[in-house]
Design a protein around this ligand. Structure first.
Ligand code: NAP
Ligand code: G4F
Length: 329
């Protein structure tokens, strides 16, 4: 049987890098969309990359942007993927308040451009959409697939739009298109301005004497934090199912940002209150206070369950940042 071909948008991001690793391990040929940039943005996937002249090469990168629908269509025709994992997005909630129009264009319309490119190129690919627990916003927990969307940021509004476009293409054109409604998931590869990684990098810097303080915003918000590689496995499972559907992916646990801070400092034997300071610039005009996912459907239909919970996750991330600090010293 010939190898399966997958296309991953957002392959240079946290999730894209884990997903690419997992797909390559399963024997897929993996194609990734990357943005042209004057500096390299491929650090998270460098360990997977081989020169395309190498007969062993199984990962291929293509320049393209989610704002360029023509390019998406021509790439699809050339690659002919059986599975498309759409992870590319302006994914930072705080930034989306500063750049609402750009976020709508990339995170919202970008999904429509890709769906329409699939339709125009007549590629019979299965499609995964990186939907988000941010869509639930102000709806109280626990949140499952039936919970109401009440988005609280331009990012979340863009994700709600994209979610419904995926549903519409599934119903209108019979596309095998799924929404994975993923709650926060973190790892040592998490972007450095998301709160968990910002905390674990600061803890590593303070523990190794390279920093003395950490400025944060709202410590009271609660999140359901899981481990990213387990969540990319859930994405793959959705596209192997008999029917296309939408799934919540979460741990079902709840910790506040303050809890995460305390656990991270405790991991290196420090008292967080001596180092953490408040900076209002990290507050959001509207906040999402409380997210706890109910992933029963993913467990029952996909056989998926989270195994790494926040106390262990904190240790994994702090240890990795301390190791990285040692390596760069
Ligand atoms: P991430 O690390 O921020 O990665 C985002 C990816 O999108 C990067 O590869 C980025 O490329 C790419 N990208 C941004 N703008 C683009 C554009 N205009 N054209 C093409 N590519 C573009 O995000 P992540 O944490 O891996 O999350 C993956 C997806 O899941 C995102 O859609 C995010 O919104 C969604 N999500 C994430 C979580 C979470 O907790 N991590 C939860 C729910 C949903 P560069 O490297 O060049 O910037
Ligand atoms: O780490 P965050 O920036 O993640 P947020 O806003 O929950 O969004 C992430 O998860 C979503 C899934 O629910 C994804 F869809 C989205 O793409 C992204 O991956 O902030 C978490 C919490 C917020 O309540 C924020 O107000 O931490 C609070 N916070 C407090 N101080 C801070 C800071 N957040 C950041 N980024 N930086 C701070 O200094």
């Amino acid at each position: 049987m010939s190898e399966k071909i997958a296309l991953v948008t957002g392959i240079t991001g946290q999730d894209g890098s884990y997903l690419a690793e997992q797909l390559l391990d399963k024997g897929y040929l993996v194609h990734g969309l990357i943005r042209r940039s004057s500096t390299f943005n491929t650090a998270r996937i460098e360990h997977l990359y081989r020169d395309p002249h190498d007969p062993e090469a199984r990962l291929f990168l293509h320049y393209g942007d989610l704002t360029d629908g023509t390019r998406l269509a021509s790439l699809l025709e050339r690659i002919g993927p059986q599975e498309i994992y759409h992870l590319g997005a302006q994914s930072h909630v705080r930034v989306s308040f500063d750049e609402p129009e750009f976020t709508g264009d990339v995170t919202g319309l970008g999904t429509t451009r890709l769906l329409e490119a699939i339709r125009m190129a007549e590629v019979p690919a299965r499609f995964y959409q990186a939907s988000s627990s941010e869509m639930f916003g102000a709806t109280p927990p626990p949140q499952d697939e039936q919970a109401k969307f009440y988005p609280r940021s331009p990012y979340a509004v863009a994700k709600v739009y994209a979610y419904w476009m995926v549903r519409n293409y599934r119903e209108a054109y019979g596309m095998f298109a799924c929404n994975g409604i993923l709650f926060n998931h973190e790892s040592p590869r998490r972007g450095e301005t998301f709160v968990t990684r910002k905390i674990t990098m600061a803890v590593a810097a303070i523990a190794t004497g390279r920093a003395h303080e950490l400025y944060l915003g709202n410590l009271d918000a609660k999140r359901d934090w899981g481990f990213a590689p387990e969540y990319t496995d859930a994405m793959w499972r959705m596209l192997q199912a008999d029917e296309p559907d939408d799934y919540v992916v979460a741990t079902g646990t709840s910790y506040s940002v303050g809890d995460f801070v305390r656990m991270a400092f405790e991991h290196v034997g420090l008292d967080w209150e001596k180092y953490v300071k408040f900076d209002p610039r990290y507050l959001r005009p509207t906040e999402v206070d409380d997210l706890i996912g109910d992933a029963s459907k993913a467990r029952e239909v996909l056989g998926w369950q989270a195994s790494v919970l926040p106390p262990e996750l904190v240790g994994i991330m702090v240890d990795a940042d301390i190791a990285a600090a040692g390596a760069s010293a």
